[in-house]
Write a protein that binds this ligand. Structure first.
Ligand SMILES: [Fe+2]
Ligand SMILES: [Fe+2]
Length: 162
């Protein structure tokens, strides 16, 4: 099981990078909870993951549109992941106790492998355009104090991997 953030996965936006780190940390957490066979903890964590995944997709799209990046393909990939994720979540929730160890492992790895693959193949394409902006760049209405608070609070949930 991997657990470290690789700085090569940074795409040049403070908010996107920290959301990616947090999502990956959650995916690893799901993975170890599955390993422990703790299905009720897994479903709780999956609910959290889903919430923050959707939050991230929205934030990422807003930032992409604000810098003029064509987000169509990235958005399509997000929709595909969300569908896969919901299928996986339903399966885990309805068959959790009877889930074979192999199936459980595959589900756990699906999350972190998808995330990293998506970051490297799709989100990374935004990097050249993001780098023409400040690392802390936020779309105007996101710059209001209340907007980033959820993410800031969320950041404290995890110890960052260097
Ligand atoms: Fe994305
Ligand atoms: Fe992303």
């Amino acid at each position: 099981m991997g657990s470290a953030w690789n700085n090569q996965w940074n795409v040049g936006s403070a908010i996107i990078d920290s959301e990616h780190r947090n999502l990956l940390a959650m995916a690893y957490n799901v993975e170890s909870l599955i390993g422990e066979g703790n299905i009720s903890a897994v479903t709780d964590e999956l609910e959290q993951f889903e919430y923050w995944l959707c939050e991230h997709f929205e934030n990422e799209e807003e930032i992409a549109l604000a810098i003029g990046f064509d987000f169509a393909r990235n958005r399509l990939e997000h929709q595909k992941l969300l569908n896969e994720f919901l299928r996986m979540k339903n399966k885990l929730m309805s068959n959790g106790d009877r889930l074979s160890e192999r199936a459980a492992k595959r589900y756990a790895h699906f999350l972190d492998e998808w995330l990293v693959a998506h970051i490297v193949k799709e989100d990374m394409l935004m990097k050249p355009m993001l780098q023409t902006h400040a690392y802390s760049f936020l779309p105007d209405h996101k710059a209001k104090p209340e907007a980033p608070l959820a993410t800031l609070a969320w950041n404290n949930r995890f110890t960052m991997h260097a």
